[in-house]
Write a protein that binds this ligand. Sequence first.
Ligand code: GLA
Length: 396
Amino acid sequence: MRHKALVQRSILISLLALPFCALHAQSPSLAATPPMGWNSWNHFAGKVSDADVRAAADAIVASGMRDAGYIYVNIDDTWEGQRDAQGNIQTNSKFPDMKALADYVHSKGLKLGIYSSPGPKTCAGYEGSYGHEQQDADTYAKWGIDYLKYDLCSYGKMMKQQAPGDPQKQWQMMHQAYDKMHRALLHTHRPIVYSLCQYGWDAVWKWGPQVGGNLWRTTGDISDNYDRMSLIGFSQAGLARYAAPGHWNDPDMLEVGNGKMTPDEYRTHMSLWAILAAPLLAGNDLSKMDETTRSILMNKEVIAVDQDSLGKQGDRLSAAGPYEVWTKPLKDGALAIALFNRSEAVYPITVDLSSLGLSGATHARDLWAHKDVGPLQNSYTAVVPRHGVVLLRVSR
Ligand code: GLA
């Protein structure tokens, strides 16, 4: 009798606790700072395999990247196989055992990310989650997945087919599709970072948090060249107020180390992403990194700007033609100041410190030269290389 009463009481307590669990599944510690890690797409694209992901996990640890904060190892598109008779998603032959892969990645103190689409097909034409949202979320949780990138792809076509000529209805369908997977993830009770990928359509930064997005792509795809990277990065001006702990603007993954930009251009890429409090997801082959790539991806002083716990995205302060100054406020009252030279020739760029209340600042450090440069006067001038940057951290 007593046992029955106890069982009934514990059932009641768990029922009462349910809504709380649901709320707490999306815990405030999830993506409290912009997610850091690696993603397979920019380098491996459709060729990525289990062995590549294991090699990336090994290299993240051996290189020191894990200890610098790069925790998520994310498999992008092309891991998917067919569904079984019950509709459960299977991996394809490149990924023989996802659970074993997750165990391996976890054993290294890392987390594993995966990729899907709200549509029937992913962008590379593999199986998407349409009509199987909860089933897929449950499968991910069973495998031990910690991060999901959910890429619109074929769902965009469905929106147009189902609501032709009615963009409002189409956007509504899109919000609902992202919300549906958010609820499915919450229902698993596993903390899974939720990354929205729909190229910034319908100003996603305005509704991303409401559908549970921890980060959302703000643009189309990056590629490994200065024009595309800088077009994307510098177009982020004005979005700062939409970022906060748990919710980040995502101007796409890093191309550092993929070989088609100069070291100055990659330093611009890394600095701009840090000023933007952007997710830092390396996109290169980590098992073949040269010293320059390491020094850029693992500049701890630059990473600290990105990961600053205040969680404020930076913004453009001024632009005089191709010479731009961007700033980002930091937790301890300091300011990160980036002087970008987008022109084709070396140029001296000046920042007016008096207007920032920083005249006579005693603490000033050049984060790429790893040198103190203070105390400062009313302004600071740095000679900045073509397509390059000088990144400072300044406080009074
Ligand atoms: C889209 C995304 C990319 C990548 C590919 C995979 O283009 O924007 O980041 O995930 O799909 O097919």
